[in-house]
Design a protein around this ligand. Structure first.
Ligand SMILES: Cc1ncc(C[n+]2csc(CCOP(=O)(O)OP(=O)(O)O)c2C)c(N)n1
Length: 650
């Protein structure tokens, strides 16, 4: 059965003239034991909520996953798809992509990310089990990794968090073959992963990864452990290949006709490419059919839950929001207006969360050790703790990358809506995982405070200047920069409603005035940009701004009005949403008068809104360490400078 996986991998890679045969051939025995004896899955109900999760973190070895999905009977993974490996429009992309085929839990390829996702999946399982009971939620998370995943820094953050939380239903099978692309791993890697993981609080052991009995015994031991488990499986890369096995040559290139013929001979495999003997096919199908009974038994258990609990469970898994949100947001905005809330947008966000936590029980919050700064913990949220997963607030520790990857895992698992905080400048530390949120279309919410020089004394290491541009450049990510408390509530509403893409809220440390005084019946931020204050008569200038600089634009509008210049102020909390508006709407907002944009960040990207005659007031380099009151004048981001720039365009 393992050899069937091996030949499919080498044949598909050969046909595509590209790909990675080494890992699938090396880890085929481990996959066979896992899929035939342990993994709970049902190809006919691939999204069954209580299935075990299987993640191939070493995504270059994706032909192993495609072969498994095909042989066990996932209807959409046909033999044709395997033959079209790595071709345009196939389900069998060069690295596994969530959504391309059922059974692909997450997109992997950037090494270590899958391991990070798996921690979120295992954590979501425990949190949902604590809420709905083990009759409804009781599954495991299995992960394949290679040397590469363990060399990546994210493996430290992920494993350290999993060890701390004691996620004992997380089981990592490590293809320990001592080969990476440059050659033997000893060129660059002399860690002892077993010692490392034991240091994190994991159970760890090493076995022969080609010995089926040893693999099964180790998995059994791991399943009994009260800790997460690492099983280092000694394997030979490209097992079966006569001259390339055990060498880097087999990692990422087709083996070639002669080597494949030699491998067929060694494995005793006489069938031509892509042909699997019927008896083996039947055995694999039987392995695929194993899960149906378990799945049906689970359905019966779900059926026996009280109707209300069952409906709640299913609502969560369908990614549907609870009722009552519109009312909650209307009340929040009304309260902010009545209080004339002069507060930082991070503080407004905290107030929003205090309300939301009571209305949206699936919110799973957290921060990378900046809770008091990010204001991410709602009043009524309890901490998630080792052994007690009933809380809804996750202490991610100083692990931005691990947090973001875990949030992807939580969102991909379904049942919870993850949000997590850090400083905007440290979005760089989370960026690889943010990119995967966007890529997979996962509704993760990033709460990133201290969003400009406005944070003051911590200085330029902490003051983002290029981050907004970098984040706006990422396809599929919605970047929100609200200007006051009301816009903050509106942006939170939009982020929550968007369950098929990630959102990032860029929030201030410094206090801002309330700009949205008038009662509004609709969420104006939903347009991405809108006219906050129209000119008093035909427009001579349009002032564009986001976040904390909208109030600077508003002050500039007043200064201009004093000498008779008619300027309008446009708030642009979300460029991505504005781009989606009709041409007419955009034209109406931007107008035909010259434009001045103001944002305490670099200009990169603003060109598209400035038009042929525009000016930009913002940062041209890194910030400085000083109180906020000194920094804005020092960098020339003031109403006076904006007004001056406007006058020069008249
Ligand atoms: C973040 C990241 N860096 C680099 C790569 C390119 N890359 C793909 S596989 C690989 C080597 C991985 O070695 P190992 O995990 O031992 O894989 P195996 O040899 O077992 O196939 C590298 C550097 C990548 N996919 N992701």
């Amino acid at each position: 059965m393992a050899d069937a996986l091996r030949v499919l991998a080498m044949d598909a890679v050969e046909q595509a003239k590209s790909g990675h045969p080494g890992m699938p051939m090396g880890m085929a025995d481990i996959a066979t034991v896992l899929f035939t004896q342990f993994l709970r899955f049902d190809p006919l109900a691939p999204d069954w909520p209580d299935r075990d999760r299987f993640v191939v973190s070493n995504g270059h070895g994706c032909m192993l996953l495609y072969g498994l999905l095909h042989l066990t009977g996932y209807p959409d993974m046909t033999l044709d798809e395997l033959k079209r490996f790595r071709q345009l429009g196939s389900r069998t992309a060069g690295h596994p992509e969530r959504g391309h085929a059922s059974g692909i839990e997450v997109t992997t390829g950037p090494l270590g990310q899958g391991l990070g996702n798996s921690v979120g999946m295992a954590l979501a399982e425990r949190m949902l089990a604590a809420e709905f009971g083990e009759e409804a939620v009781d599954h495991r998370t299995y992960v394949f990794t290679g040397d590469g995943c363990l060399m990546e820094g994210i493996s430290h953050e992920a494993a350290s968090l999993a060890g701390h939380l004691g996620l004992s239903k997380l089981l990592v099978l490590y293809g320990d073959n001592s080969i990476s692309i440059d050659g033997p791993t000893e060129l660059a890697f002399s860690d002892d992963p077993l010692l490392r993981f034991r240091g994190y609080g994991w159970a760890a052991e090493r076995i022969d990864g080609h010995d089926h009995q040893a693999i099964a015994d180790a998995i059994r031991r791991a399943r009994k452990s009260d800790r997460p488990s690492l099983i280092a499986c000694r394997t030979t890369i490209a097992f079966g290949a006569p001259t390339k096995a055990g060498t880097a040559a087999a990692h990422g290139a087709p083996l070639g006709a002669a080597e494949i013929a030699g491998a067929r001979e060694r494995l005793g495999w006489s069938d031509p490419p892509f042909v699997i003997p019927e008896d083996l096919r039947a055995e694999w199908r039987a392995a695929g059919a194993r899960g149906e009974g378990v799945r049906r038994a689970w359905e019966a258990r779900l059926q026996s839950l009280p109707a209300e609990r069952r409906a709640e469970f299913l609502r969560r898994h369908r990614n549907q929001l609870p009722p009552g949100l519109d009312e909650a947001f209307a009340k929040l905005c009304g309260d902010f207006r009545r209080a004339n809330a002069r507060i930082a947008t991070r503080q407004a966000s905290g107030t929003v969360l205090d309300t939301l936590a009571g209305v949206v029980p699936e919110l799973a919050g957290g921060s990378a050790d900046l809770t008091p700064s990010n204001n991410t913990k709602a009043k009524d949220q309890k901490d998630v703790r080792p052994g007690d997963f009933s809380g809804r607030y996750i202490r991610y520790g100083v692990r931005e990358h691990g947090m973001a990857a875990a949030m992807n895992g939580i969102a991909a698992h379904r049942g919870l809506i993850p949000y997590g905080g850090t400083f905007l400048t440290f979005s760089d530390y989370a960026r690889p995982a943010i990119r995967l949120s966007a890529f997979m279309g996962l509704g993760v919410i990033y709460v990133m405070t201290h969003d400009s020089i406005g944070l003051g004394e911590d200085g330029p290491t902490h003051q983002p200047v290029e981050h907004l541009a970098a984040l706006r450049a990422m396809p599929g990510l919605y970047v929100y920069r609200p200007a006051d408390a009301v816009e903050t509530a509106e942006c939170w509403a939009l982020a929550l409603q968007r369950r098929d893409a990630p959102s990032l809220l860029a929030l201030t440390r410094q206090t801002l005035p309330l700009l949205r005084q008038g009662a509004a019946s609709e969420n104006l931020s939903a347009h991405g940009a809108y006219v906050l204050a129209e000119a008093n008569g035909p427009r001579q200038i349009t002032l564009l701004a986001t976040g904390s600089e909208v109030s600077i634009a508003a002050a500039a509008q007043n200064a201009l009005a004093r000498d008779g210049t008619r300027a309008a102020v446009v708030s642009m909390p979300c460029w991505e949403l504005f781009e989606k508006q009709s041409k007419e709407y955009r034209g109406g907002v931007l107008g035909s008068a010259p434009r001045v944009a103001v944002e305490a960040a670099v200009q990169f990207g603003w060109e598209r809104w400035l038009g042929p005659r525009g000016a930009f007031i913002g940062m041209t380099g890194f910030g400085a360490s000083a109180p906020v009151e000194a920094l804005y004048p020092h960098f020339g981001i003031t109403p006076e400078r904006v007004a001056e720039a406007a006058r020069s365009l008249l």
